[in-house]
Design a protein around this ligand. Structure first.
Ligand code: GLP
Length: 241
């Protein structure tokens, strides 16, 4: 197995390990620009970062955060939007000043202008750190398999799989069909990338990635010198020890 792949016993251990790697970068980078994935997987990692902030003085609030992705048609206050997940689980409890959070507004009346604003933000503040999850179909952010993106920030038609899986966030309401995302191209320029995948529902995507195939967007970091995949045994398809 490649050296930039860590397999932890379970989700909790993977979350702690990811938080350790992330906090090392946060602690040593004064003017950090980061992007943190929404979704369920990294939430325990964020909880550990918040604990380290409270108990060990980790300086989460001096960094700048650029939202990884958003569902088109959903705003910051809409349940299930990426911002609505990040805000109560990280930005608010970490006391991140609003002027240090840059997020795509899925309710914008002009998608192209809003995407251009995000593109400009990424040019002004290149990413130092990305904490990412993996979709069941192997996507990262909303970089979908086989769907090309352009530039550093892109609008994307969401795959059937993403729409189906996404229903878990929307409590019966219809799932958006379009997304907006930081592209792989921009994510790959981040100096440190921590990719977390836990649970058996990620096993198929993880196994394709571990086979060295570059078919899936989440496999794009295998040769990145600063990327680390943090898996649990369920996602890695390993027998329980
Ligand atoms: C979502 C998001 C991703 C997220 C991924 C996995 O659709 N667009 O940013 O990382 O899919 O989500 P989860 O961690 O809930 O499995």
């Amino acid at each position: 197995m490649k050296s930039n792949i860590i397999v932890c016993k379970n989700h909790q251990e993977a979350s702690l390990r990811a938080a350790e790697l992330t906090s090392d970068v946060i602690a040593r980078t004064p003017h950090l620009t980061a992007t943190f994935a929404a979704g369920n997987t990294p939430l325990d990692c964020y909880r550990e970062l918040l604990r380290r902030q409270k108990e060990e003085g980790l300086l989460l609030d001096r960094a700048r955060y650029i939202g990884l992705d958003e569902w088109v048609g959903l705003g910051p206050n809409d349940a299930g939007s990426c911002f609505a997940i990040m805000n109560p689980n990280y930005y608010l409890p970490a006391d991140i000043p609003v002027e240090n959070i840059y997020a795509f507004d899925g309710l914008t009346s002009n998608l192209d202008v809003e995407a251009a604003r995000m593109q400009e933000t990424l040019s002004r503040y290149p990413l130092d750190l990305a904490v990412l999850g993996i979709g069941v179909n192997g996507h990262v952010g909303f970089n979908e398999p086989g769907i090309p993106t352009t530039g550093d920030f892109s609008l994307v038609s969401l795959s059937e799989s993403t729409q189906t899986v996404g229903r878990k966030y929307f409590a019966g309401n219809s799932t958006p069909t379009e997304g907006a995302t930081i592209t792989l191209q921009a994510l790959k320029r981040a100096k440190t990338v921590v990719i977390i995948a836990t649970g058996a529902n990620k096993r198929e995507a993880v196994s394709t990635i571990l086979s060295g195939s570059d078919q899936l967007p989440a496999g794009a970091f295998l040769d990145h010198p600063g990327a680390i995949y943090v898996l649990d045994e369920d996602a890695a398809g390993q027998e329980k020890r």
